[in-house]
Ligand binder design. Structure first.
Ligand code: CP
Ligand code: NVA
Length: 314
């Protein structure tokens, strides 16, 4: 594989925009960059470059981790958030993208519809990175896979269970990312919150090719039984706050608590992309417990995105 694995100039709109080999390469590069930083190595491979970070939804981790990743690479982050941001005056997606590409070397975008990201990617000549949409959260997926690999040394063959909203961006990302890596991905979710049918079909195809598997059920205890990794996420994603109470009822049996974790393998780890709603999708006992790796996971956003930017910026 070439030194940048053919990733130069590439978009990342969903985690399956990467092949299995490319995904493994990004994770390896992230692990190397993390280790090199800790050993005190400093370089600025993107000195003089600029990255636009456009956030149409709130963020803690994504904003900080992308800004710091840029700083470590020597690139300048241009952050646009809030009501005066890039989309505040009704300019078309195509015009916005064609202006931004004249200034920056990559566009990182957090938005609602996946179609906005697709519009940016088709209009901009610079790489476009999905920093979360309603459907996908590939950068979180990279960080989570890096975290799992750190703990188990491998991804292929591991049993991974997501408990919660099977139709959200994290469930989709785990289905696709886990399938790419040869993992056995189970999603436990109530009726009415199943993953998108196209995402599920795509994940099944990827799993067939990688030796992994994909399944969806309503029984959280059955899905968690024997799992090496248990993950959850908020029951109401950004933009769904008005559905909170209905969702709290629908997901009441899908809380990751001590009793549910007892079904997992004794060496299992617990993941949550954060922010967590303690007492809802996860208890303090689990998120603060010995199996939780949520803060390593948050840290790994930085290392994964640093590797990604270094590999995709031309
Ligand atoms: N996990 C994650 O994307 O966090 P933020 O919403 O705080 O960026
Ligand atoms: N599913 C959550 C993830 C937050 C990082 C949301 O979209 O709000």
């Amino acid at each position: 594989m070439s030194s940048r694995a053919g990733l130069c100039g590439r978009d990342l709109l969903a985690i399956d925009d990467l092949t299995s080999a490319e995904l493994a390469y990004v994770l390896d590069r992230a692990a190397e960059a993390k280790s090199a930083w800790r050993l005190g190595e400093r370089s600025a491979p993107l000195a003089g470059r600029a990255v636009a970070i456009v956030l149409q939804k709130p963020s803690l981790r994504t904003r900080i981790s992308f800004e710091v990743a840029c700083a470590r690479l020597g690139a300048h982050p241009v952050v646009m958030t809030g009501p005066d941001g890039a989309f505040s005056r009704g300019e078309s997606i195509a015009d916005t993208a064609r202006v931004m590409e004249r200034y920056v070397d990559a566009i990182v975008l957090r938005t609602y519809e996946q179609s906005v990201l697709e519009g940016f990617a088709s209009s901009a000549s610079v790489p476009v990175v999905n920093a979360l949409s309603d459907e996908h959260h590939p950068c979180q997926g990279l960080a989570d896979l890096l975290t799992i690999k750190e703990r188990f040394g491998t991804l292929s063959g591991l049993a991974f269970t997501f408990v919660g909203d099977g139709s959200n961006n994290m469930a989709h990302t785990y289905l696709l990312g886990g399938a790419l890596c040869g993992m056995h991905v189970s999603v436990a979710t109530p009726i009415g919150y199943q993953p998108d049918a196209k995402v599920l079909a795509r994940a099944r195809g990827l799993a067939d090719a990688s030796g992994g598997s994909v399944s969806v059920c309503t029984d959280a205890a059955r899905a968690v039984s024997g799992a090496s990794v248990v993950a959850t996420d908020t029951w109401a994603s950004m933009g769904q706050e008005g559905e909170h109470d209905d969702r709290a009822d629908a997901f009441a049996c899908y809380q990751v608590n001590e009793a549910l974790m007892a079904y997992a393998d004794s060496s299992a780890i617990f993941l949550h992309c954060l922010p967590a709603h303690r007492g809802e999708e996860v208890t303090d006992f689990v998120i603060d417990g010995r199996q939780s790796v949520v803060f390593d996971e948050a840290e790994n956003r930085l290392h994964a995105q640093q590797a990604l930017l270094e590999l995709i910026i031309v």
